[in-house]
Design a protein around this ligand. Structure first.
Ligand code: DAT
Ligand code: MG
Length: 151
């Protein structure tokens, strides 16, 4: 069995709407194994690096604003054909086209707020896992609940 890892992230509106548990449940029920999970507030530099290939797009600024608007839940999920299986579970980029039964099809209405990210290839997964779980990211990490709960 060929094991693969993929990077999945619940974006800030998914976290705000309390959808982390529902999204995690879908990955577990599908058969993925959770390899890493962390709630973190990312800075603009990390958001820009993550979506670097979209830098020239007219919506890039809004995309970075969106991704840095609150904590995200970064995850690594593992299993057979993890990249393709995760993309199938997540559904098409535009929630209007995402089939009911997929995460975007069931929980999102608009492309600018499509609540979840999944790597598009094994190479992207390796790059994104390094960005979010590598040493550099760990050094930059902020406590999303700083000041609350007696922190
Ligand atoms: P995906 O997230 O399905 O891999 P992508 O990599 O092409 O899609 O784009 C990354 C994100 O950018 C996407 O999840 C939402 C946003 N986006 C893409 N196309 C957009 C558009 N035309 N208008 C606004 N946001 C867009
Ligand atoms: Mg993409």
């Amino acid at each position: 069995m060929q094991q693969e890892q993929t990077f999945v992230m619940v974006k800030p509106d998914g976290v705000r709407r309390g959808l982390i548990g529902s999204i995690v449940a879908r990955f577990e029920q599908k058969g993925f194994a959770l390899a890493a999970i962390e709630l973190l507030q990312i800075d603009r530099e990390l958001a820009e690096q993550h979506y670097g290939e979209l830098r020239q797009k007219p919506f890039f600024g809004e995309l970075v604003d969106y991704l840095t608007s609150g904590p995200v839940c970064a995850m690594v999920w593992q299993g057979e054909h993890a990249v393709e299986n995760a993309r199938a579970l997540i559904g098409k980029t535009n929630p209007v086209e995402a089939a009911p039964g997929t995460i975007r099809g069931d929980y999102a209405m608009d492309i600018a707020g499509n609540i979840v990210h999944g790597s598009d290839s094994a190479a992207s997964a390796a790059r994104e896992i390094g960005l979010f779980f590598g040493k550099h990211a760990a050094a930059q990490r902020m406590d999303p609940y700083a000041g609350e709960f007696g922190h």
